[in-house]
Write a protein that binds this ligand. Structure first.
Ligand SMILES: NC(=O)c1ccc[n+]([C@@H]2O[C@H](COP(=O)([O-])OP(=O)(O)OC[C@H]3O[C@@H](n4cnc5c(N)ncnc54)[C@H](O)[C@@H]3O)[C@@H](O)[C@H]2O)c1
Length: 249
């Protein structure tokens, strides 16, 4: 049995994770941690009361770095779904996880379909010189762009050096209208409105053709197979992993 703690247990994702862990035959839910009305208010409180094998964190961008530092320094293996970590924070956590030999899997997207979308986008990047990403989320999402968009852009940038080849010089008459630009000139556009859960479209253009790769999450259950897969993986590992794709064979 894997003793699992859920941090952010009263949040939208946390509640879904609690249900998923409760229905997994090989897992026991030992702690529901949340600063708002949790069984435990902090990870430290939970650790002092129960034995935790793996902690699953779905809290908020402002908390995740501190939560991860605490877990890795206190021998608690982690599955991190919370987004908003910067590249340098991820690098620091990788170093710490390796130094302490405490497993940590961070995935900006636990949906298996979304992981495939990212892989397909990376494959297509070799064959298209122009690409942009549009990500669409509910309007309670605190960070932009989404972690999935960032990870997609990173994977695409490994396959192509510039995604705006042939574009003429541009001037924005409304600031931000061309989106955020990173990772070899990939423009990322973030849409926030009620109705969406999490969607992303990657557009590829070349002379005479346009191709789009799209994934839509219809509800939060779509993440649970990936979260449980990661929890089982981490329970038997001492390593740092970034991205669910690395454990999907
Ligand atoms: N990786 C993925 O596949 C994926 C999918 C969906 C959402 N997310 C991310 O998961 C995070 C949570 O999303 P949500 O929609 O459930 O948010 P939410 O606001 O509904 O829930 C967050 C919960 O965490 C609690 N919390 C905040 N800081 C805490 C702390 N320090 N300790 C304990 N509890 C704390 C809050 O009280 C709240 O109940 C966000 O960063 C979101 O972007 C990731």
């Amino acid at each position: 049995m894997i003793n699992v703690a859920v941090c952010g247990a009263n949040g939208k994702m946390g509640q879904e994770v609690v249900k998923a862990v409760n229905s997994a035959e090989d897992m026991t839910l030992v702690a529901q941690i949340d600063i708002f009305n949790g069984q435990f208010a902090t990870i430290k409180d939970a650790k002092n009361s129960v034995k935790i094998d793996v902690l699953i964190d779905f809290t908020q961008p402002a908390s995740i770095y501190e939560n991860a530092l605490y877990c890795l320094n206190n021998d608690i293996k982690m599955v991190v779904g919370t987004t908003g970590l910067s590249d340098s924070q991820i690098e620091e956590l990788k170093k710490l996880s390796e130094e302490k030999s405490v497993a940590c899997l961070i995935a900006p997207n636990f949906s298996t379909g979304a992981v495939l979308m990212m892989k397909f986008a990376q494959m297509a990047s070799k064959y298209f010189d122009n690409a942009e990403i549009i990500e669409l989320h509910h309007n309670q999402k605190k960070d932009a762009p989404s972690g999935t968009a960032v990870k997609t852009a990173q994977m695409m940038a490994e396959a192509n050096g510039d995604f705006t080849k042939g574009n003429c010089p541009e001037k924005e008459t409304i600031e931000g209208s061309r989106g955020g630009v990173a990772y070899n000139n990939i423009h990322i556009h973030s849409v926030r409105m009620p109705g969406y859960i999490a969607s992303q479209e990657v557009l590829f253009g070349a002379s005479g053709q346009v191709m789009s790769i799209r994934h839509d999450s219809m509800n939060r259950e779509c993440y649970m197979a990936g979260v449980l897969l990661a929890t089982r993986y981490v329970s038997e590992s001492n390593e740092f992993v970034y991205g669910l794709d690395n454990i999907m064979n």
